[in-house]
Design a protein around this ligand. Structure first.
Ligand code: CA
Length: 229
């Protein structure tokens, strides 16, 4: 589980990073809004903890920009302010949850667990994407009367690609999330499994395929769109 922490109060940032790491999260900490946006756009994080008052770019703008660019990583906003208006503005800008400083680390950990649970449940048992249906409970993709079963890794890859929609998923992220952080899987493992997923989508004659973008990763797209792009 990877967390991006965007907080300019260095003592608080350091304390939070330590607590999160003690709880087995991997944490990247940055201290201004612009870095927060740049890191957040990578799409590799499971949660972004985002302060509102930040140098260079405020947290609301960071959240709003991430959402506009299609990054749907859950965001917990941290603010010293506790007015209803600020909360509404924050949630409107794309944050998923809110914490008012000062807060207890245990509460933050509880919110993180709640959000990641919610996030992992974002995909319903039966999810439609483009012209195909992905049944996650039995790991099948189908279109019309054609259906084929995915193995565990293929299904995990497809889930990530569907959740990310129009933001490419990098090879590094696929390795971390599908094979595990400590695995020694490499690019060639990812490439092999991506080709399996492509083959299965082709088998059910879906117009959707997995396109690859040099250095940025993989994305689900209409096979026709790729040709005209
Ligand atoms: Ca601040």
């Amino acid at each position: 589980m990877q967390i991006l922490l965007v907080e300019d109060e260095l003592r608080l940032a350091k304390a939070l990073k330590q607590i999160l790491e003690e709880n087995k999260y991997m944490v990247d900490a940055v201290a201004n809004g612009q870095d927060g946006l740049d890191y957040g756009l990578s799409g590799i994080y499971d949660i972004i903890i985002l302060d509102v008052m930040l140098p260079k770019m405020d947290g609301m703008t960071v959240a709003k920009t991430l959402r506009e660019k299609g990054v749907n990583t859950p965001i917990i906003m941290l603010t010293a302010r506790d007015s209803i208006r600020d909360k509404i503005t924050g949630l409107d800008s794309g944050a998923d949850d809110y914490m008012t400083k000062p807060f207890s680390p245990n509460e933050l950990l509880a919110r993180i667990r709640a959000l990641t649970r919610r996030y992992s449940e974002v995909l319903a048992d039966v999810t439609e994407f483009g012209d195909f249906t992905f049944n996650t409970s039995v790991s099948t993709v189908s279109k019309g009367d054609k259906s084929i079963k995915l193995n565990f890794k293929e299904a995990e890859i497809l889930k990530l690609l569907i959740l990310r929609k129009n933001v490419p998923v990098s090879k590094e992220e696929l390795i971390t999330k599908v094979w595990g952080f400590e695995s020694d899987a490499g690019d060639s493992n990812v490439e092999a499994y991506i080709s399996f997923v492509r083959r299965k989508l082709a088998f059910i004659q879906s117009e959707i395929t997995v396109t690859s973008y040099k250095k940025r990763g993989y994305m689900l797209e209409s096979a026709n769109a790729k040709e005209t792009a």
